[in-house]
Write a protein that binds this ligand. Structure first.
Ligand code: 13P
Ligand code: SF4
Length: 303
């Protein structure tokens, strides 16, 4: 079947199944064009929770589909790319979190949303890169275990120096490989471009950027900036939406390794198959779900 016929069939089925298609900013261009909503982890969690649709087709990675299932347990969460995980989320497991809790008994555990449901269930709060600073600044606890991303944790710690933050040693393989020399090189090539990077990049990289923010914050920054050229220091998929929304502006990828292979696993044929078969479904066992929901709902209070 060619791509256009597959898209036609998806359009028929999404209507029949009363399905909402959600896609992360890092998805393939064709998936972003197909989606009802494209956004960052926070916006997609909110959309899943607020939607009246019976079925959510989640185009992203596994922890995102799990979050949708936790926040909207009455909905069927289809996850077309069933093997798309997040290596950073795999760097934290619930047993180890419990050991850290013993080591720092006064600390609240703040888990980045890039974690499994089991880790969320043993955490006090979740956050995304869009609200991590606001949440950590405003929660009552003054000592925090932040997991799993050491780079985002470091970035937050710099903005909230009044809190004592213990950093978990995880990182995103895609963002962590960017080095300061990449920034210096691309700045030399495009001296009139602004450098915008995700806080999952190393501290030495964020220190050289003109702006550091989550995917949605980068999108907002570009829209409101009078500058015409931007160097993008996050996963390449974001450039599709940036270019669509800002046709007169120019974008350069900071480093050609900024590709998340897991985010690229969702394809049109997989979305079609999932709507045809109503598989694979992501769900979270109730005993984990209820505890994880507490941390996730607290995340939504700090938007
Ligand atoms: P955002 O929360 O900015 O969408 O990022 C999610 C993610 O996986 C970044 O690598
Ligand atoms: Fe995980 Fe990094 Fe991919 Fe985001 S870009 S999903 S943090 S591996």
């Amino acid at each position: 079947m060619d791509l256009a016929s597959a898209v036609n069939e998806i359009n028929q089925l999404r209507h029949e199944r009363e399905a909402l298609i959600l896609a992360h900013n890092y998805q393939n261009d064709a998936i972003q064009d197909l989606a009802d909503q494209v956004g960052d982890s926070l916006a997609l969690s909110q959309a899943a929770a607020a939607s009246k649709a019976k079925v959510i087709v989640f185009c992203g990675v596994h922890f995102m589909a799990e979050s949708a299932s936790i926040l909207a347990p009455e909905k069927t969460i289809l996850f077309p790319a069933e093997n798309a995980g997040c290596p950073m989320a795999d760097m934290a497991d619930a047993e180890e979190v419990l050991k850290w809790r013993e080591r720092y008994p006064k600390a609240a555990v703040v888990a980045y949303v890039n974690t499994s449901a089991a880790v969320k269930a043993v955490s006090d709060y979740c956050c995304t890169s869009a609200n991590a600073i606001k949440l950590i600044k405003n929660i009552p606890e003054s000592e925090i275990i932040f997991l799993p991303d050491q780079n985002l944790g470091h970035f937050v710690a710099k903005q909230v120096p009044e809190k004592k933050i213990h950093l978990w040693p995880g990182y995103c393989v895609t963002h962590h490989q960017v080095e300061p020399k990449d920034v210096n090189l691309v700045k030399e090539l495009h001296p009139d471009a602004l450098v915008l990077v995700h806080p999952e990049c190393r501290p030495e990289v964020t220190a050289l950027a003109d702006f550091v923010g989550s995917t949605s914050q980068i999108i907002k920054y570009v829209k409101t900036s009078s500058n015409q050229k931007f160097i993008i220091g996050t996963e390449m998929g974001i450039i599709h939406g940036l270019q669509k929304e800002n046709p007169t502006k120019t974008f350069y990828l900071l480093n050609k390794g900024l590709v998340c292979p897991n985010m690229k696993q969702t394809t049109i044929p997989k979305v079609l198959k999932s709507l045809q078969t109503m598989q694979p479904v992501v769900s979270v066992p109730p005993e984990i779900r209820d505890k994880a929901a507490r941390a996730l709902n607290r995340m939504l209070e700090y938007v």
